[in-house]
Write a protein that binds this ligand. Structure first.
Ligand code: FAD
Length: 503
């Protein structure tokens, strides 16, 4: 039987922000690892966007070699603790596992997490390993700028640093990590896990500059012409070499600014007090610790009865955060559970914790009180028609079926658009109709030497696909710098972009 990962009981966890999943013990992990058939031509590796050698790391776990398993993972994946927790393995490596024919694939995600957590417990011992990796790249090479520190930017920066480049990663917020830090809640992805993997990447020599908004603090032209004047990290090469490198401009730029622009419904009442985008709500609670107000300075002014609109991971996270703040949470979704884009595991978790689901329900108006606060949400019932462009059955309103939901706060989680700032201030940076940045088959944008990847080229997608783009872009940047011909085999052009289904 497939070993399930132990969890905090639903009644307990809903009162705290600690991690829901507790992780495998050594014996549970080794038992689960023994289930892997060690296929000669493993489909799971092809199912992984960063092509981890899955059978190899699982075999090392089976043999009791957790540290070696972690090192095997890190050959391809700089963020295994994160991926082990939030990757949709059920749609990727586990979906194609041979044992999935009987619906009992190896629990690859839980094993990845088990191996990755070795680093948290033994980080001092692993510093030597990082030094070894850095030592291989002592010769300072060209300087590369990476813009945005989500999974795409972190992955690209780490891979380029391993190749010996001087990488500076610019992040507009005060902490690196992107959505991993400010979007996904603590109870699914603890901040210390993200911080630990960011520290690993810093250990490879990547210089991270937070509170720096590219497009505002520095333009793309500034990065090319004066390298922002920022000295390089004190990790590679002699002092003289570092000083020389510090004067150089950046030779290539990777844009990974994500899809952080919230979408709204466009219905009456969206300007009322206590209407939030999920983005603002989650950022206040996660990154600014609003749940600890007044100990932390950022309040989150919500009522007692919260309606969250949407059906993806972002909507599920918002309802579960609301429950942990002691509120009643209703998830309002216009299709049925079957069409929800959120992870099945998280839908089940939300149900167990007490989220109320209102399926086939579409909001039509947010009703306010005389002081301008949310008083209720008017909705209409829906039914499913023929499939639409996303392949799912289209929701259609049922005439005269309007009803009112008694809520005092509305959180809108119906999707995010690409971050518009850089294209807006950089006219030569071509975009697609949906605001994503246009890239060619090598992740190069319309500006030579400027590459892009992650949600900014696909629209809101997944952590692992952002990482996959970061990896491929790092290879393309290396070839570009060396003046080698770029391969045309990998088609990532705008016609082949595949975001997650829209809400
Ligand atoms: P991001 O993670 O968005 O990072 C972009 C970074 O760029 C941000 O830190 C931003 O501050 C910075 N930035 C933007 N503009 C600038 C600028 N001009 N200058 C400097 N910095 C800038 N995916 C999963 O696989 N599993 C999940 O369970 C999951 N849950 C999710 C839950 C939530 C609440 C959200 C919002 C998303 C979730 N996702 C999940 C999606 C996943 O997090 C994203 O697909 C992924 O983070 C995209 O990575 P990225 O590197 O492209 O961008």
């Amino acid at each position: 039987m497939r070993n399930k990962i132990p969890q905090q009981p639903a009644k307990e966890r809903v009162k705290n922000f600690f991690e829901v999943a507790l992780g495998f013990s050594k014996s549970e992990a080794e038992e689960e690892a023994r289930r892997c058939l060690q296929c000669k031509d493993p489909a799971c590796v092809k199912g992984c966007p960063v092509e981890i050698d899955i059978p190899a790391f699982i075999k090392l776990i089976k043999d009791g070699k957790q540290k070696e398993a972690l090192e095997k993972l890190k050959e391809k994946n700089n963020l295994p603790g994160i991926c082990g927790r939030v990757c949709p393995q059920e749609d990727q490596c586990e979906a194609v596992c041979v044992l999935n024919k009987k619906k009992i694939p190896v629990n690859i995600g839980a094993l990845e997490r088990y191996a990755a957590d070795y680093e948290l417990a033994h980080s001092s011992k692993l510093i030597a390993h990082r030094k070894e990796l850095r030592a291989k790249s002592q010769e300072p090479r060209a300087k590369i700028a990476v813009v945005g520190s989500g999974p795409a930017g972190l992955t690209c920066a780490a891979d380029l640093a391993r190749m010996g480049y001087e990488v500076t990663l610019f992040e507009s917020l005060h902490l690196p990590g992107g959505v991993l830090m400010y979007g996904i809640p603590e109870f699914r992805l603890p901040k210390k896990i993200v911080q630990n993997e960011v520290d690993y990447i810093k250990g490879l020599g990547v210089d991270i500059k937070t509170d720096t908004l590219i497009g505002n603090t520095y333009s793309i032209d500034d990065l090319f012409s004066r390298g922002s004047g920022i000295p390089p990290p004190a990790t590679a090469g002699s002092r003289k070499m570092r000083e020389e490198a510090g004067k150089e401009e950046f030779k290539a730029i990777f844009i990974a600014t994500g899809a952080g622009l919230p979408q709204f419904l466009g219905i009456a009442g969206e300007n009322l007090d206590r209407v939030y985008s999920a983005n603002e709500f989650l950022t206040r609670v996660n990154l600014m610790k609003a749940y600890k107000f007044p100990e932390y300075a950022t309040p989150v002014n919500i009522g007692k009865k919260i309606a969250v609109i949407g059906g993806g991971n972002v909507a599920l996270d918002s309802t579960r955060v609301a429950l942990r703040l002691g509120k009643r949470a209703v998830l309002v979704y216009r299709r049925t559970e079957k069409e929800m884009p959120g992870r099945i595991e998280e839908i089940d978790n939300a149900k167990a914790e007490g989220v109320i689901f209102k399926f086939l329900t579409q909001p039509v108006k947010i009703i306010g009180d005389e002081k301008g606060f949310v008083k209720a949400l008017e909705c209409i019932k829906m039914e499913l028609g023929e499939p639409d462009a996303s392949g799912r059955r289209r929701p259609l309103p049922i005439k005269d079926s309007n009803f009112v939901l008694d809520v005092d706060t509305v959180i809108v989680a119906i999707g995010q658009n690409p971050n518009p700032l850089l294209p807006k201030v950089t006219p030569s940076l071509k975009t697609n109709e949906d605001g994503t940045i246009w890239v060619d088959k090598n992740f190069m944008t319309s500006i030579p030497g400027v590459f892009a990847g992650g949600d900014i080229i696909t629209g809101a997608d997944t952590v692992i696909s952002a990482m996959g783009a970061g990896k491929k872009a790092a290879l393309a940047i290396n070839k570009y710098i060396k003046g080698q011909a770029l391969t045309q085999s990998e088609d990532v052009s705008s016609t082949n972009r595949k975001g997650v289904p829209k809400i």
